[in-house]
Design a binder for this molecule. Structure first.
Ligand code: C2O
Length: 352
């Protein structure tokens, strides 16, 4: 048998070594009641069904009722006890554990360690992560139609931190953010720790060109867009896809607080998901995966390799039960019960 899909067992979690200056944190998830209770994932709805989808909307376009609901969801999640796997704290830890080497990818105990970034696991891992996060929120709200918003930073009006995150009295607020990057400051999609000295108009055009370059010109194949193959036993981070590097990573850095040791929260993986804006940021990344696949070109489709399709992760679901998922079940997001509000895609016409 030469197949080598990565299979992650979250019950074997090892303390991670955090960067210098980070407050000690245990990123490992609470133990399941029993490992034999891990549920194999089932798609929540038949693909033939086109009604009843959760619709993810652009964060800057939420109406008052939608915003109130979203704030409430985060509030309820933050109010859960810390050892509940659905609590906001544990949800943030999921990212820390998967992204900072808490799990093993080898025969020797923790060598090599797993990192779901900079490889073909990047898009499917984060899709599932948000999927469960969103369902937990829906359950807390008692609303099965609840959907996470997306930070539409690839649109003209979305190229700044959405206002809804700036209210200090809101559950969406995080105090570890870059104070120079509050709205209406325009985002630099290629931010590299220095604010460029250009006009908003210039920044806007540059951003559109970046999007075109990363989504179209430089991502003509699966590995260019999704990232390099990564299998059981491999060293982590074989190579990121275009979008993961820019703007995904740059937006993380752009949000991170320069007064903290490692640009916490968003600017470093172990703490990134402690900022509520993490999830709408990734919702947009997830949306771009779909746009990439449906934008034409004969090689713009997912991998068909079994090592990718059968790679598996574990997440706690809305009932606090541990579920084992496989990449193959993530490929069509409508099978997962959600879709994106259609918005203009200005960069499609921004060929540099
Ligand atoms: Cu797991 Cu935006 O990173």
């Amino acid at each position: 048998n030469t197949e080598r899909p990565i299979v992650i067992d979250t019950t074997k979690c090892h303390p991670v070594e955090l960067p210098k200056g980070a407050r000690a944190t245990n990123c490992c998830p609470p133990k399941p009641v029993s490992k034999s209770n891990v549920i194999d994932f089932k798609l929540p709805r038949p693909s033939s069904l086109t009604t009843g989808l959760r619709i993810r909307r652009a964060a800057h376009l939420l109406d008052d009722a939608q915003l109130a609901k979203y704030r409430k969801a985060v509030e309820l999640m933050k109010a859960l006890p810390d050892d509940d796997p659905r609590s906001f704290k544990q949800q943030a830890n999921v990212h820390c554990a998967y992204c900072y080497g808490a799990y093993s990818n080898g025969k020797n105990d923790y060598d090599p360690r797993i990192n779901v970034h900079r490889s073909w696991l990047f898009f499917p891992f984060h899709r599932f992560y948000l999927y469960f996060h969103e369902r937990i929120m829906g359950k807390l709200l008692n609303d099965t139609t609840f959907a996470l918003p997306f930070w539409n930073w690839d649109s003209l009006e979305g190229m700044q931190m959405p206002q809804i995150f700036t209210d200090q009295n809101s559950s969406l607020y995080d105090k570890y953010r870059n104070l120079n990057h509050q709205p209406p400051k325009l985002i630099d999609l290629e931010f590299n720790n220095m604010d460029p000295n250009i006009t908003d108009q210039q920044q806007l055009l540059i951003n559109l060109n970046i999007m075109y370059r990363q989504m179209v010109s430089n991502s003509k194949t699966a590995s260019l867009f999704l990232g390099a193959p990564y299998r059981a036993g491999d060293e982590p981070m074989p190579g990121p896809g275009t979008i993961e590097l820019v703007p995904h990573n740059s937006i993380h850095r752009w949000n991170g607080d320069t007064r903290t040791p490692n640009r916490e929260d968003m600017g470093v993986f172990y703490s990134a998901a402690r900022d509520p804006i993490f999830y709408p940021h990734h919702s947009n990344i997830d949306r771009l995966w779909d746009i990439w696949k449906t934008s034409g070109g004969k090689n713009r489709h997912d991998f068909d390799e079994t090592d990718w399709l059968n790679a598996s992760f574990e997440f706690y679901d809305e009932n606090a039960e541990l579920v084992r998922v496989k990449v193959k079940d993530s490929l069509d997001h409508t099978n997962l019960g959600y879709d994106y509000e259609k918005v203009d895609i200005p960069w499609l016409a921004a060929k540099p």
